[in-house]
Every structure is written in structure tokens, then in C-alpha cells.
Design a protein around this ligand. Structure first.
Ligand SMILES: Nc1nc2c(ncn2[C@@H]2O[C@H](COP(=O)(O)OP(=O)(O)OP(=O)(O)O)[C@@H](O)[C@H]2O)c(=O)[nH]1
Length: 377
């Protein structure tokens, strides 16, 4: 008698820089899964996983939220543990893993194929496709168009450039997203540069990550052997093997034991307040992003809308803010994650936006919200 082997559950790993459109893609996959039952692991480096909350509306039970660290380094074991646990409590036949924007994809792919020192994924999982979502509009902010690629040296002033290069180089499918924000001739230039870095991947030009699910699910394109040959992959392996016994690491570091965030000079803060913002002052602050804020997102309480949750999302030069629901039984409270460099002044700036005694507050009809994507060069 032959016992039937269970069909391995394929995994799609979604990487890409902060705010490129990864969650937008995952939401699309959840909304249009075909006959698949999709589960999702979503990783955010902030203490609050806003992405998980935004996804939760669509498919609460199959979402696993890994926050406050990144799954390429500190949370590697947690990634394995959570996927294993998810498989025990829920039936699904496809797994999508959304990495945080500063995660390097190679160590995650390694975890998803060979596991960590501490744990390995059950054999019933197989890494099927690695996808990178790249922001076409923000691309030249990381690369100097005057430099020839791929020899352009990483610019120390742009610490995420190296991660972006990894994300571009290490993928089977690349979504060149936010095409609505870039002229066609510029898109050709961006795609040309990407091709220099990544000749192998299939590139799709997308707006709001709108791609046929079959382009990113069950492509069977992840090639373990090819991935192993890659320099970055080897470095990751070597880093693990050279660790001394008892070294308290998760198998990967960023060259000197620092976390991904430290290595790239990125920090995150969570701004919380149980007092509302003055809508006009907060709106003015949104107009005046400090260049060092790479990404900000969260749930905001403005005094002009006592019952309304204002969703705010900034990625590079794009800022969106509008009602996304009601506070309901929850006490209104702002929870706002800011990611960037030199964030020392941000908390004080946001404190300045809170309503003060004697302020006159406009009604919801007269406040600046919703504000649609606001782009400034
Ligand atoms: N104009 C425009 N905006 C987009 C597009 N795709 C996504 N966005 C917006 O960009 C912002 C960031 O999108 P997300 O999908 O949250 O990006 P992300 O990569 O998951 O972000 P992180 O998890 O912070 O790294 C949101 O406000 C999206 O609505 C696009 O093609 N065009």
C-alpha cells in the first residue's frame, strides 16, 4: 500500500522598499484568490503592524502579524514558528509572506527553504516565487540617473539603496509599481536600470499593484540552486556558519551584528495620543514632511471628526489621508508609525499639532480631509 504524500503548500515571498505597494498587492491576492485558500504572514518593523490591521478587514483568521523587527534577521525563528502554528490551526493551500520594507529577501528565502539553526519549516512548504514590488516614482531617489548602473556605488546618504538593490536582484517576478505617477519614457529608463541589475525576473508594469494573480502565485520560478549560487546568499550562509557557539543571533546579521534597521540608519517611532490633532495643523504637517521621513502610516484622531478613524499613509512624496472607519467601541486614540532617519524632532512636531485650549476647530465639512495622493517632486 502506498501512502499519498501531501502536496506541498507553495509560498510567495513579497519584498520591496517601504511604501512600494506590497500590502496593496497582498490585498489584491486576498480579494481575488481564485480557488485558493490563502494565508498571509505580514511583517512590519514597527511596534504596531498597520499592514496587518489594514489586511485584517479582508481575511482575519488567516493573517499572522509579525511586528517590531524584521523577518530577515531578528524574527527569523518567529517566522518559522508562526507558519508552523498557522498550519496546525488553519487549512490553507497557499501562503503569502509580506516582508517589511527594510527586509533583505535573501535571508528570508533561506529561512523559507532550509529553516534556521533553531527550527525548520515542515516539509509540506515550498518556496515557489519571490516577488519584489518597486516604486517606479521613488526609484531615482535611490539611484543617481547620471551614474551608470550597476557600477554606481551605494550612496551612504541613502542607506536603503543597498536593500533596494538586493530586493531588485533577488526576485523571480518584479512589479514596477506606481506607473501612474511616471511618464512612459521615464518608465523605460527605470526599467532599463532594473534590467541592468536583474536580467532574469519577469517585469510587470503596474498601477496599484494590479497584476493577474497567476503572475505571482504558483509560478514555480524560485530556483534554489540559482539562489544558492548568488553572492549575497553565500555571504548569508557564511555569516551563519562562522558564528561561535552560543552566539545569540538568528543566523543573519547585517555585517556586524546590527539589525537591518541599524545597519541602514533607519529608525522607527510610534506616536500615540489620546488627544486629537487639530485638523489644519496636522494637515500642514503632512504637507511639510521632513525629507528624512521615509514612510509614515497609521490611524489618526482629528478633532473635526470625533467618531472617525483617519487613515494616513505617506510613502516618499505621496501622502494620503482619509476616513477609513469609526472608532466604535474603542476609545479614539492616534497610533502613528514613522520610519526614517533622525526622527528626534518628530514627536515634538506632532505634539504641536494636538488641539490646545482656545483652538477653534473646523467642522468635518470644512476640514482638509480626505486628501488624495499628494505628490510633490
Ligand atoms: N499613486 C499610486 N499609489 C499607490 C500605488 N500602489 C500603492 N499606492 C499607495 O502607496 C501607499 C503605500 O502602499 P502599500 O501597499 O501600503 O505599500 P507597502 O509596500 O505595503 O508599504 P510598507 O509596508 O510600509 O513597506 C498607499 O497609500 C497606497 O495606496 C500606485 O500604483 N500608484
Amino acid at each position: 500500500m502506498t501512502s499519498e504524500q501531501p502536496v506541498p503548500v507553495p509560498i510567495t515571498l513579497v519584498s520591496g522598499p517601504l511604501g512600494a505597494g506590497k500590502t496593496t498587492l497582498v490585498n489584491r491576492l486576498l480579494a481575488d484568490p481564485g480557488d485558493r485558500r490563502i494565508a498571509v504572514v505580514v511583517n512590519d518593523m514597527g511596534e504596531i503592524n498597520v499592514d496587518a490591521e489594514l489586511l485584517a478587514d479582508q481575511s482575519e483568521e488567516g493573517i499572522v502579524d509579525l511586528s517590531n523587527g524584521c523577518i530577515c534577521c531578528r524574527l527569523q525563528d518567529d517566522l518559522v514558528t508562526e507558519i508552523t502554528r498557522l498550519a496546525e490551526v488553519r487549512e490553507f493551500d497557499y501562503l503569502v509572506v509580506e516582508a517589511s520594507g527594510i527586509s533583505e529577501p535573501i535571508p528570508i528565502a533561506r529561512t523559507l527553504t532550509v529553516g534556521t539553526d533553531e527550527a525548520s519549516l515542515p516539509e509540506r512548504f515550498t518556496l515557489d516565487t519571490t516577488v519584489s514590488v518597486v516604486d517606479a516614482y521613488g526609484f531615482w531617489k535611490a539611484f543617481d540617473p547620471e551614474e551608470s548602473l550597476p557600477d554606481a556605488a551605494p550612496d551612504p546618504e541613502r542607506p536603503l539603496t543597498e536593500v533596494l538593490v538586493d530586493q531588485i536582484e533577488f526576485c523571480d517576478v518584479l512589479l514596477l509599481n506606481k506607473c501612474d505617477m511616471v511618464h512612459d519614457d521615464e518608465l523605460d529608463a527605470v526599467e532599463g536600470a532594473i534590467r541592468e541589475l536583474q536580467p532574469r525576473a519577469t517585469v510587470h508594469r503596474t498601477t496599484y499593484s494590479d497584476v493577474d494573480p497567476t503572475a505571482v502565485l504558483e509560478t514555480g520560478r524560485f530556483d534554489f540552486e540559482a539562489a544558492q549560487r548568488r553572492q549575497g546568499w553565500k555571504e548569508t550562509l557564511a555569516g551563519t556558519e562562522n558564528e561561535s557557539p552560543g552566539h545569540d543571533s538568528h543566523g543573519h546579521d547585517h555585517g556586524d551584528g546590527r539589525s537591518a534597521a541599524d545597519a541602514h540608519g533607519v529608525e522607527s517611532l510610534v506616536y500615540r495620543s489620546e488627544d486629537p490633532f487639530h485638523p489644519v495643523r496636522f494637515d500642514a504637517w503632512l504637507d511639510d514632511w521632513d525629507g528624512d521621513v521615509v514612510r509614515a502610516k497609521g490611524f489618526v484622531w482629528v478633532a473635526s471628526r470625533p467618531d472617525t478613524v483617519l487613515g494616513v499613509s505617506q510613502a516618499g512624496p505621496t501622502v494620503q489621508a482619509g476616513p477609513i472607519g469609526e472608532w466604535g467601541e474603542d476609545d479614539p486614540a492616534t497610533r502613528f508609525v514613522v520610519i526614517g532617519r533622525s526622527l528626534d524632532g518628530v514627536t515634538a512636531q506632532l505634539d504641536d499639532c494636538l488641539v490646545r485650549d482656545g483652538d477653534s476647530v473646523p467642522s468635518a465639512d470644512a476640514d482638509p480631509f480626505p486628501r488624495e495622493a499628494n505628490q510633490s517632486p
